[in-house]
Design a protein around this ligand. Structure first.
Ligand code: 1HN
Length: 345
């Protein structure tokens, strides 16, 4: 029942009075604070790489990687413009590095992941070890690790960055530091971390603690493809197709504490049953093409297209050809906090 006119006026006057003391009535906001189910301000959205690519390359004419520190075009959720967010907890952007350029070494408490989309010849260095970036490689920059990038090749290199920036911002726990050196001098040969920590082997005296960053920091596309090719010979799950999550091979835990990542393969013609989950998810199409439906939106998608599935929006996928998708979300945080809910419809 609506309040009587004089009651409404009295309440408004009361709200005014208490406002001076920095107080506000809970009953006016309770429903929004504690919704019966997630009702995200984030919207489903899809970014077509063919439309983005020319603008990403244009940025290369306007600013150098070194001047920008990181030359990135942020993918802003249309429901969250101005906040540098793709979901309420996650940031995503497309980074460009041109031949001969470097992006100087720095570190921050925000964790980053990268998925290489295009181009050959770039490297990234994490805490003294380089890896050459190949298309489809999944690369980690754990919190507070030194990292820099460079392009020693002949082509522009573009990758998707995912960071937990909004999450760290919600804790007001952000620190960053620029290194005195632009480019880290390699302390170990390329491939060292993968050999020591990612080959079903571990150094005999290695006992990681919860706070230690993952030592493996690259998941080569070749290895991911080989695993997916192998499991594709079995029957796909009706909701997921063939879907695996990336792990820290030394612990089996998520490679980053704040962001989980998966690879999913759908055979040509396969249509998934709808799934909804509380972890808003960013998806990148690595191979193939198809149709995606998110809530009541749907789009065709193809190679290098990126789309976002906000919390509690039903997702279903229809592969028109053999399709490989990379995705990331804040799932490990929600699992740790006991918040994750998932419904297979
Ligand atoms: C960052 O350090 C990178 O290292 C990319 O490539 C994007 C966005 C915000 C803050 C730091 C990188 C970033 C970032």
């Amino acid at each position: 029942m609506a309040a009587l006119p004089d009651t409404a006026a009295q309440r408004a006057e009361f709200y005014q009075r208490i406002s001076e003391h920095h107080m506000t009535p809970l009953w006016e906001v309770l429903g929004a604070l504690v919704p019966p189910r997630p009702s995200s301000p984030a919207l489903p959205a899809l970014w077509r790489y063919n439309n983005l690519r020319p603008h990403v390359l244009d940025a290369g004419h306007l600013i150098t990687a070194e001047e920008a520190e990181r030359r990135v075009l942020v993918l802003e959720n249309p429901g969250l413009r101005g906040q540098s967010c793709i979901t309420q907890s996650l940031y995503a952007g497309l980074q460009l590095i041109l031949p001969g350029e470097v992006a100087p070494a720095h570190r921050h408490t925000q964790s980053a992941l990268r998925l290489v989309m295009e181009g050959q010849g770039a490297y990234t260095a994490v805490d003294g070890e380089r890896t050459r970036m190949q298309r489809g490689d999944f690369i980690l920059t754990p919190a507070w690790t030194w990292h820099d990038h460079g392009n020693e090749g002949k082509e522009p290199v573009v990758w998707l960055d995912g960071l937990d920036i909004p999450l760290v911002r919600s804790f007001d726990a952000g620190f960053s530091e620029k290194s005195g050196i632009t480019t880290q001098i390699p302390e170990r040969p390329e491939g060292d971390a993968l050999a020591r920590y990612g080959s079903n082997l571990l150094p005999v005296d290695y006992a990681p603690t919860a706070a230690d960053p993952a030592r493996v920091f690259v998941y080569p596309f070749e290895k991911t493809c080989e695993a997916m090719r192998q499991i594709a010979r079995t029957t796909p799950d009706p909701h997921l197709g063939h879907k695996l999550r990336f792990v820290n091979p030394a612990t089996g835990a998520s490679p980053l504490p704040t962001m989980g990542a998966c690879v999913q393969r759908l055979p040509a013609g396969f249509e998934t049953r709808p799934v909804r989950a509380t972890d808003g998810t960013v998806v990148l199409c690595l191979e193939g093409h198809g149709h995606v439906s998110v809530g009541n939106q749907d789009w065709a998608f193809g190679e290098n297209d990126v789309f976002v599935v906000p919390s509690w929006h039903a997702l279903s996928l229809h592969a028109r050809s053999d399709t490989l998708l990379f995705s990331f979300s804040d799932r490990p945080v929600q699992q740790t906090l006991g918040l994750l809910r998932e419904e297979r419809l």
